[in-house]
Design a protein around this ligand. Structure first.
Ligand SMILES: Cc1cc2nc3c(=O)[nH]c(=O)nc-3n(C[C@H](O)[C@H](O)[C@H](O)COP(=O)(O)O)c2cc1C
Length: 392
């Protein structure tokens, strides 16, 4: 049965679509199943150009320094994102960055340049990290779970401060910034105060931090029921009076899409991916992610309740249930919109082919349903934005 519409839902605006840049080997699943996804730059340039043509607004490049979960080779996120920005015209490319690895001033400077080179299309996803060996391997401190979010909070405030003010000063537990002005700053884009700050995490500390400082809150794949908890936690924190961003946070969720002509074919494809799971890599990943939500007091958070099968898609993308026919998937996406989702982050087995199908078959179905949902609720749907996104 369809769930009621959350007060957080924005029925007037079209959903935005993003995809994970496959910048690490092995695609987005920890499985030896045959897949045609390639992690090289040539494949990724074509993919990015296809995505912007079909109405995707964002691409997200993950950050990974060393082999993990079967991803034995990785391209660095900020440089790879810049290459994709230079190969496209409208796509906004989000680089994942760890506060423990970057100084916020150095990152702000890098993004200023990337933003200038791309006409205002650079963005960041600030991730607090879970892979302890990457930090200790570099001789960097490994903070306990909730303390990582204290650092992230300071990091994002520093980015925003440097991007929007001159002579910026901030002294905290992790960063000291004294009278800093960076020239040139980011591009002046109407409706954007500075490059978008996304934020990833599921735990209570993550939700609270996102509510205080993020423009966009990204969660891993979640069932519809569980997702309501994430939205509520972030909104509550955003009203605490300590929010550093001018606008309310917006919401993005990860989902792994398996769209096939029949429901049974889609389910069979999922079975094949999971049946060919790279067991030692999934089990190694399962051990590493104990550093995430499972290590907190309330044991809530990313991967805390994930099964072996869930972890085969390492951002819990199967949990979102975007598995079935084009119509079934479009219906399900609308249910997430009704729970407050503003942006759907997608991944696929065969990226180039399946992202194309998603753009050609599923986005138009979502647009029709969004217009109908708005009508039924007496809301004016800004379909000019939808048309623009589709034409883009
Ligand atoms: C959409 C999304 C993208 C993420 N990308 C990365 C990444 O590129 N690199 C990384 O180390 N962690 C990434 N993370 C994980 C975060 O670093 C963090 O460890 C995780 O969200 C911890 O969640 P918790 O607060 O529930 O423990 C991502 C999380 C989300 C939701």
């Amino acid at each position: 049965m369809a769930a009621p519409i959350s007060p957080a839902a924005d029925l007037a605006s079209p959903l935005k679509f993003a995809y994970w840049v496959p910048n690490v080997s092995g695609g987005l699943v920890i499985s030896t199943v045959e897949q045609r996804t390639d992690w090289g730059i040539s494949y990724n340039r074509t993919l990015a150009q296809t995505a912007e043509r079909l109405g995707f607004e964002y691409a997200l490049t993950q950050t990974r320094y060393q082999a993990s979960y079967g991803a034995s080779e990785q391209h660095e996120a900020t440089s790879f994102s810049l290459a994709l920005l230079l190969a496209t015209e409208r796509l906004k490319v989000i680089s994942a960055v760890h506060p423990g690895m970057w100084h916020p001033g150095v990152l702000a400077k890098f993004i200023n340049t990337a933003d200038q080179l791309s006409g205002g299309r650079a963005a960041v996803n600030v991730v607090s990290g879970w892979l302890k060996d990457e930090f200790t391997g570099f001789g960097l401190p490994w903070l306990e779970h909730d303390e990582r979010y204290v650092r992230t909070d300071e990091f994002i405030r520093a980015l925003r401060g440097i991007w929007t003010r001159d002579d910026y000063t901030q002294h905290g537990r992790y960063y000291s910034i004294d009278g800093v002005s960076l020239r040139p700053g980011p591009v002046d884009v109407p409706g954007r105060a500075h490059p978008d700050v996304f934020f990833g995490g599921n735990s209570s500390a993550a939700q609270a931090t996102a509510g205080r400082v993020a423009d966009w809150y990204f969660s891993n794949g979640r069932s519809l029921e569980d997702y309501a908890d994430n939205v509520a936690g972030v909104i509550e924190a955003s009203r605490s009076g300590d929010r550093s961003a001018p606008a309310a946070p917006r919401f993005g969720i990860n989902g792994f899409v398996i769209a096939r002509d029949t429901h049974d074919e889609a389910v069979e494809q999922l079975r094949e991916i999971v049946g060919n799971a790279h067991r030692p890599a999934v089990e190694g990943f399962q051990r590493s992610v104990q550093q995430a939500g499972a290590s907190t007091g309330d044991r809530k958070g990313m991967w805390a309740d994930s099964s072996f099968e869930d972890l085969v898609q390492y951002n819990d993308g199967f949990k979102t249930g975007l598995i079935g026919t084009f119509d079934e998937i479009a219906d399900r996406i609308i249910e997430y919109k009704k729970q407050g989702v503003n942006l759907l982050l997608t991944a696929y087995l065969h990226f180039q082919e399946e992202l194309t199908t998603f753009g050609e078959e599923i986005i138009p179905r979502v647009r029709e349903r969004e217009a109908q949902l708005a009508r039924e609720n007496g809301v004016e749907f800004r379909d000019d934005e939808a048309a623009e996104a589709a034409a883009a």
